[in-house]
Design a protein around this ligand. Sequence first.
Ligand SMILES: Cc1ncc(COP(=O)(O)O)c(C=O)c1O
Length: 310
Amino acid sequence: MIDLEKSVTQQIESTFLKERGIELFIKRDDLLHSEISGNKWRKLKFNLDKCVHQKNAGILTFGGAYSNHLVAAAAACASVGLKSIGIVRGEELNSKSNGTLVRCEEYGMELQFISREEYSLRNERYYHEELLLESSNFLVVPEGGANYLGMIGCQELISEIDGDFDSIFVAQGTTTTSCGLALGLDEDQKMYVVPTLKGFNSFEEMNSLFNKAALSQEAIDQIENQIVVCDQYHFGGYGKCTQELLEFIHDFHTNHRIKLDPVYTGKAMYALMDLAKSGTLDNQKIIFIHTGGIQGSQSIIDKTGFNFYS
Ligand SMILES: Cc1ncc(COP(=O)(O)O)c(C=O)c1O
């Protein structure tokens, strides 16, 4: 069983924030591990545990061409001697198509490339059964590690934060991370979630995960009262970005020597700074969760020709 050191919590020095009485700390989960970083480790930890205890051969999971989750699953399985199978969206791809897939294969992941149509079945039980005919004794973990065990792994993060705080900021994809964090909040704490998908219904998605955890409607309502959805910071939608966002990430790196990624954490930090400008966050102690994702940045640097970490 692998267990990583606790991640550090780092204060951000900024006159802009100081003038507003805001204390900002970043929980540096991005530094947990070179590949199994950020929320990936949190979401995989108990799934790996289950695999080991059940004596599964390994993990079978799903992801897109640049999936942070696939690399993390491949690396995590390799480190505990488990096998891994990655079902990848896009039959036109192969294991040399990009750096993410190359790394998956280097960690021993068996990659299977399927059509978008077939990929749309990724959450169907009968499809899992079909896949398991070929790969019996594998544990199926959903895309992005989005299951109950993933959520519980994310809840653990809250107990690692020393001292009190007013709010948490976190990027949202499948909502697994934010649902887990929400379970660990005190009643007087708030969580700001920043969905990276355009037109995403955060509460509906969170409800469905909380329901899987058998939470009562009363408990769900109480938790959701503490959540603020910041849905105007998707920058065009999942995987999309603008020059303004890339410049923001560049300036943040120049000023604080911390890398943010353009798909998730860059958007969440932009939202935080924008809300801070509007006065919404005055006099708060805020914890920003750095959920990692830096491995995906290289493809955007290559595509745009702008090295936002230079
Ligand atoms: C770097 C990064 N941050 C945030 C998220 C969003 O997390 P979740 O899907 O648990 O909402 C993801 C996706 O898993 C991610 O890769």
